[in-house]
Ligand binder design. Structure first.
Ligand SMILES: [Zn+2]
Length: 454
């Protein structure tokens, strides 16, 4: 996964809005209607090309196909795997049960005719034999990337985690939830490995590790839920056994809807378990009112050196367009607790097209929000790398933080330089000199830049 030592990179959680024609075709196909497959293919290809163009235009560094070919971020799975049939009856989320008047508002909006709470269930042994769905998706994405005006810094492709598949497509066949999850993991391994083999960074979408606390596991104790999270991660790690950790990022969220969320499991209760996932980056909600304070949890539970963090710095459920200043503040807050600017990538809280028809943010607004994310990342880069802009907010504190980081950075560079010259001549003294000189130079240029800013 691309790591940047020169600036804050940007990405998003995966799904992007689908146009109306594509939405209708995908929903009709899911409902079993005969649709014009050639039309679906054409419309999907145009849609993928469109979202790649819009992401690049918005300055997204690590982009994808916006999940345009899929009906939903996890409900696409029964279309590819055998063993599913009938209908799952997912429980009503705890916060929606508690506030039926909020439920009524949701129903009035008539969001999504795609199957969200009533997807098929597992009625036989799950088997993933025909990989053409994921193969076509990867081929189309690669083709559209080749046609694009410029490349992404890195392309990524999403896939559903074993846990979210098993909590959405409920179990009516296996004798335990655990057996079901591991059976799905063993089959989904094929899809994950295929995506990896095509050179895309793999993102696993796993709201099961947080959201399902208030969905399927709302009657369990927190201890029981934590055990379930442990087991889901063990199954996921099984499925990732042949993929290097640094080629996988994990998206965890509390459900992409602007509900009360008052029963969401606190991040502190699950974060140490999330660290067991064999992934190189964690993508977490950190912009919406319910979770924006939780960056502080990273002070208590230090991010493992093998992981990067992709905090949501734009919300995916409101049409407010965040000012760059707000985005930059969020990025800097996270960098501050992580203590490493090169391990933070600016992202979105969740997707902007979770299911076909499940879009809370208007398409035009989505692209502006992604532009705001890039502008905020640029501003944060200026603050964190000391190229001006320091006076913009909390000037004194920022200067202190940046100076401290520059010192740390320069020590490393100094040692490296000394080692390159000659290992024998490496002593502490010359290293110190290099450090002092570099810091002094930086400070001068920072001041110059600040003056220019005024
Ligand atoms: Zn999400």
């Amino acid at each position: 996964m691309k790591k940047s030592d020169t600036r804050i990179l940007t990405t998003h959680a995966g799904s992007l809005p689908r146009n109306q024609v594509l939405t209708d075709l995908l929903i009709r196909q899911e409902q079993g209607e005969a649709i014009n497959l050639a039309q679906l293919e054409r419309t999907t290809a145009d849609a993928v090309q469109h979202v790649i163009h819009k992401q690049l235009e918005a300055g997204v560094d690590i982009g994808n196909d916006g999940e345009q070919p899929r009906i939903g971020f996890q409900t696409y799975v029964p279309q590819r795997m055998r063993g599913f049939g009938g209908e799952s009856k997912r429980p009503t989320p705890q916060d929606m049960r508690e506030f039926p008047d909020f439920m009524a508002i949701m129903q009035k909006r008539q969001m999504s005719r795609a199957k969200v709470f009533n997807a098929p269930q597992a009625v036989a042994e799950v088997q993933y034999e025909d990989l053409s769905g994921v193969q076509n998706e990867c081929t189309l994405f690669r083709y559209c990337l080749d046609q694009a005006s410029q490349p992404f810094t890195e392309p990524f492709m999403t896939a559903a985690s074993p846990g979210i598949i098993c909590t959405t497509m409920l179990n009516a066949y296996y004798d335990s939830h655990e057996r079901y999850v591991f059976a799905v993991a063993e089959q989904m391994r094929k899809e994950y490995e295929y995506i990896h083999s095509q050179g895309f960074a793999l993102q696993l979408d796993a709201p099961d590790l947080a959201m399902e606390r208030t969905f399927l596991f709302q009657d369990n104790s927190i201890q029981e839920f934590r055990k379930i999270v442990e087991m889901h991660i063990a199954a996921m790690n099984h499925a990732l056994q042949n993929i290097p950790r640094d080629r996988v990022r994990l998206h965890v969220c509390w459900g992409n809807y602007d509900g009360p969320h008052n029963h969401d499991v606190p991040l502190a209760d699950i974060l140490p378990i999330l660290y067991r996932a064999k992934v190189g980056a964690l993508s977490l909600e950190m912009s919406n009112p319910r979770h924006q304070h939780e960056y502080k949890v990273f002070k208590r539970y230090k991010l493992p050196a093998s992981m990067m963090l992709i905090p949501g710095v734009i919300d995916s459920t409101t049409n407010y367009i965040e000012p760059a200043e707000v985005v930059a503040d969020r990025i800097c807050q996270v960098v501050d607790v992580i203590g490493d600017r090169s391990r933070v990538i600016a992202g979105s809280d969740c997707g902007f097209g979770t299911f076909a028809g499940w879009e809370m943010v208007a398409e035009g607004v989505v692209w502006e929000k992604l532009k705001a994310c890039s502008a905020g990342a640029q501003l944060a880069t200026q603050r964190l790398w000391g190229k001006g802009g320091l006076k913009a907010t909390s000037a004194r504190k920022q200067k202190k933080v940046v100076a401290k980081r520059q010192t740390g950075k320069t020590v490393k560079t100094g040692r490296k330089v000394a080692t390159k010259k000659t290992a024998a001549k490496t002593t502490r003294k010359p290293v110190k000199k290099v450090v002092m000189k570099k810091v002094a130079t930086k400070k001068v240029s920072t001041r110059k830049a600040s003056r220019r800013g005024r």
